[in-house]
Design a protein around this ligand. Structure first.
Ligand code: RFL
Ligand code: PHB
Length: 397
C-alpha cells in the first residue's frame, strides 16, 4: 500500500474540488484531489453556463479568470417571455452587477491547467475511493490507482464529489437531516452549432411547457425544453426538438430561431436537495455533494464556489493559526446562502414551468406572479438581486 500525506484531502475534481484546491494553494496549504473519472471526461462534461458576479470576481482573484474575461460573454439582463411577449429584466440597472456566460467545462479546463502548472496534485481515474476515520484528527482516504492501493492521511477531508458521490452517504444517517424535493419534470438539453436567438438569455413560459434559450458563445447555442420527469432522450428526435423549440419560443416577429447541427443532447432531472449540517467531524461537504437546485435559477455552480470560498478560509484559519471556529461554523454560515438559492431556484421553477397538476386557480395565480415580476420595479428587483447573486457582504461572518 502506497502511503501519502496532505493537509486537505479533496474528493472530486468538479468546480468545487478544483477551486478549493486552487484557493488553498493561495493560502500556502497543501491538498490532493482524488477524482474517479478521467481528465478528458471531466473537461468535456457540458453543464452550467452562467456565472454570478461573485463567481466572476472569485475566478479572477484565484488567478484563473484570464480566459473567462477574454472569451466569456458579459450579460446585463435577461428576457422573460410569456403570453407571446418578451419582458426584459435589466439586471445591471437594478443591481449594479452583471452575470457572465462561460461554460463550466471551460472553467474546469482552466482550473486543471492552473493546478497542474503550479505543481498541484490531482489524481484522475482513481478506483474504489473511500473515506475513513473522519471523526478523528487523522482522517484517511483510500483508493486504487493503476491497480495499486493508495492511502492518504490528512487533517480534513472535503467532500466535493457531487450529488452521487460517496462522502455524504458515509455520514451516519442520524447525524444529518435531508431535505428532498423532486419536481414532476425534467429538461431536455441540447448543444447546437448555431448562433443564439438573442444576445441575452430568454426564459420562455408557454402552455406547452418551459424553454430556455442560452448559449456558450456567439456561434454555439445551448437550448433546454421542459419534459417529463423520467424521459428517454431517444424519444426526442432532432425534428421534434426543433419543432418544440419554435413553438415554445412563441416569438411573433421579433425572434427567429437560428438552426444548426445538434452536437449533444441529454435529459436532466430536476430536484431541490439540502443535507444539514454540511459537515461531520473533520469531513466538510461542498457544492452538489451537500445541496442541489433545479437549473432554472442558474445557482448550482455558483453555490459550490461560495461554499469553497468559505471552506478555504476556515481551513486556513485552522491549519495556519489553530483557530477552529470557522470550521465549526462552516455549515451554519453556508446555509444562509444555500437556502436563499434554494428558495429562488424553486420560485423561478414554479414561476416559469407548466405543472399538469395545477388547477385553474393555481394557473391564474402563477400568471399573475409572472405579470407582477415583469411590470413592477420591486418584483423585477427581487428577481434581479437573486439572479445576479447576493453579494458576499450579505452573509459575511
Ligand atoms: P460536480 O460537478 O458533480 O463534481 C463532482 C466531481 O466528483 C467526481 N466524483 C468522484 N470522485 C471520486 N470518487 C467518487 N466516488 C466520486 N463520485 C463523483 C465526479 O466525477 C465529479 O468530477 O459537483 P460540484 O463540483 O459540486 O459542482 C456543481 C456543479 O457541477 C453544478 O451545481 C452545476 O452544473 C449546476 N448547474 C448550473 N449551475 C450554475 O451555477 N449555473 C448554471 O447555469 C447551471 N446550469 C447546471 C446547469 C446543471 C445542469 N445539469 C446537467 C445538472 C445546467 C444543467 C443542465
Ligand atoms: C446554461 O447556459 O446552461 C444555463 C443558463 C441559465 C440557466 C441554466 C442553464 O438558468
Amino acid at each position: 500500500m502506497q502511503k501519502r500525506r496532505t493537509q486537505v484531502g479533496i474528493v472530486g475534481a468538479g468546480p468545487a474540488g478544483l477551486m478549493l484546491s486552487q484557493l488553498l494553494a493561495r493560502e500556502g496549504i497543501d491538498s490532493i484531489v482524488i477524482e474517479n473519472r478521467s481528465r478528458a471526461y471531466c473537461e468535456a462534461r457540458i453543464r452550467a453556463g452562467l456565472l454570478e458576479q461573485g463567481s466572476i470576481d472569485m475566478l479572477g482573484e484565484a488567478g484563473v479568470g484570464a480566459r473567462m474575461h477574454k472569451e466569456g460573454l458579459a450579460h446585463d439582463g435577461i428576457e422573460l417571455r410569456f403570453g407571446g411577449q418578451g419582458h426584459r429584466i435589466d439586471i445591471k440597472a437594478l443591481t449594479g452587477r452583471n452575470v457572465m456566460i462561460y461554460g463550466q467545462h471551460e472553467i474546469v479546463k482552466d482550473l486543471n491547467a492552473a493546478r497542474i502548472a503550479e505543481g498541484g496534485q490531482i489524481v484522475f481515474e482513481a478506483g474504489d475511493v473511500r473515506i475513513h476515520d473522519f471523526s478523528s484528527k487523522a482522517p484517511r482516504i483510500t483508493y486504487t490507482h493503476g491497480g495499486e492501493p493508495v492511502e492518504i492521511t490528512c487533517d480534513i477531508i472535503a467532500g466535493c464529489d457531487g450529488f452521487h458521490g460517496i462522502c455524504r452517504p458515509a455520514i451516519p444517517a442520524e447525524a444529518i437531516t435531508l431535505y428532498d424535493h423532486p419536481y414532476p419534470m425534467g429538461w431536455v438539453g441540447v448543444l447546437v452549432d448555431a448562433p443564439p436567438v438573442s444576445h441575452e438569455l430568454v426564459y420562455s413560459s408557454t402552455p406547452r411547457g418551459f424553454a430556455l434559450f442560452t448559449m456558450r458563445s456567439m456561434t454555439v447555442s445551448r437550448l433546454y425544453l421542459q419534459c417529463g420527469p423520467d424521459e428517454d432522450i431517444a424519444e426526442w428526435s432532432d425534428d421534434r426538438i426543433w419543432e418544440e423549440l419554435e413553438l415554445r419560443l412563441d416569438g411573433g416577429s421579433d425572434h427567429k430561431l437560428p438552426k444548426g447541427p445538434i452536437l449533444q443532447k441529454g435529459v436532466t432531472e430536476m430536484r431541490s436537495f439540502v443535507c444539514e449540517p454540511m459537515q461531520f467531524g473533520n469531513l466538510f461537504l461542498a457544492g452538489d455533494a451537500a445541496h442541489i437546485v433545479p437549473p432554472t435559477g442558474a445557482k448550482g455552480m455558483n453555490l459550490a464556489f461560495a461554499d469553497v470560498r468559505r471552506l478555504s478560509r476556515a481551513a486556513a484559519d485552522f491549519l495556519k493559526r489553530g483557530r477552529r471556529e470557522g470550521l465549526d461554523l462552516y455549515s451554519q454560515r453556508c446555509l444562509k446562502r444555500v437556502w436563499r438559492a434554494q428558495h429562488f431556484s424553486w420560485w423561478m421553477t414554479t414561476l416559469m414551468h407548466s405543472f399538469d397538476t395545477y388547477n385553474a386557480f393555481e394557473r391564474r395565480a402563477q400568471q399573475s406572479e409572472r405579470e407582477y415580476v415583469a411590470s413592477s420595479a420591486a418584483g423585477a428587483k427581487t428577481l434581479a438581486e437573486n439572479y445576479a447573486g447576493m453579494p458576499w457582504a450579505w452573509d459575511e461572518d
